[in-house]
Write a protein that binds this ligand. Structure first.
Ligand code: SF4
Length: 118
């Protein structure tokens, strides 16, 4: 069996073909560098994505503060994580790097601020 995908580990976006069977990955082609193999392996076993969004701020100079996942989250949890982020409220002030939602949905990954809000 084969699966094709674009590697998103860098802007080059190599078109990768993964050959696999029930035992696992047999071959990876189309990658320009080793990171493409790592990307393909992760995509085939536990795909992850970085999440960026905003969280509502209480008492701040602006209504929302931008945020991101400190590390990539499991792809199949993105929707539920967005629901948690949409429910969350943060009291001002907050600064870059502050943990706004610790251990979101038990993933062990924090949602952190990517800007300041007085
Ligand atoms: S395989 Fe390497 S060069 Fe190609 S997109 Fe992935 S990281 Fe970039």
């Amino acid at each position: 069996m084969t699966k094709q995908m674009y590697c998103v580990a860098c802007p080059l976006g190599c078109f990768i073909t993964v050959e696999y069977d029930d035992t696992g990955i047999l071959n990876v082609t189309g990658n320009t560098c080793k990171r493409g193999i790592d990307y393909a392996r992760t995509e085939m076993t536990n795909p992850t994505r970085s999440l960026t969004s905003t969280i509502r701020v209480i008492g701040g100079k602006r209504a929302v503060i931008p945020c991101k996942s400190h590390e990539p989250l499991p792809k199949n949890m993105m929707f539920d994580c967005m629901k948690e982020i949409n429910k969350a409220r943060v009291k001002a002030p907050a600064k870059i790097g502050d943990v706004l939602i610790p251990d979101i949905l038990g993933t062990g990954i924090d949602i952190v601020a990517t800007d300041n809000c007085d």
